[in-house]
Design a protein around this ligand. Structure first.
Ligand SMILES: [Zn+2]
Ligand SMILES: [Zn+2]
Length: 136
């Protein structure tokens, strides 16, 4: 059995994976989510900061909900969420519709290549980066 402290209230609870929250806090978070959803419905142009302050929820939590596609932003929302693959502005999730379509069509290999392309660095450069860091 995996017993952990709840991230929110610090009480011990049986951890079954996923978020590190006890059942009570999970319920509270779910209520909060509904609150935020209603708030966004009434205030489609609210910024992350405004939503966070009005609903007493962290901006990290808000962004997580958006990335999980639980919250959907209005088209003219000032909150900038961008596709993790091409950088286009999106309203929910991690990728734009185009990229999602490409992935669905089984072009995921292409993604792998695109992601790797800018990365290959000679190991020497990494070493000097580290040294610069240490000298600070
Ligand atoms: Zn708790
Ligand atoms: Zn995209």
């Amino acid at each position: 059995m995996d017993v952990r402290n709840c991230k929110e209230c610090k009480r011990l609870f049986n951890y079954i994976g996923g978020v590190q929250l006890c059942d009570a806090c999970k319920d509270k978070l779910e209520d909060k989510f509904q609150e935020v959803k209603n708030y966004l419905w009434d205030n489609p142009k609210a910024t992350v900061k405004e939503i966070s302050e009005a609903n007493d929820v962290s901006t990290n939590q808000l962004r997580q909900w958006i990335r999980e596609e639980r919250l959907e932003l209005a088209d003219d929302s000032p909150i900038a969420i961008t596709c993790e693959n091409c950088g286009k502005k999106i309203i929910t999730g991690r990728y734009c519709q185009d990229c999602k379509n490409k992935m669905a069509r089984g072009l995921t290999k292409e993604f792998g290549l695109e992601k790797k392309a800018p990365e290959p660095e000679p190991p020497k450069k990494k070493e000097s980066d580290k040294m610069r860091f240490l000298q600070k």
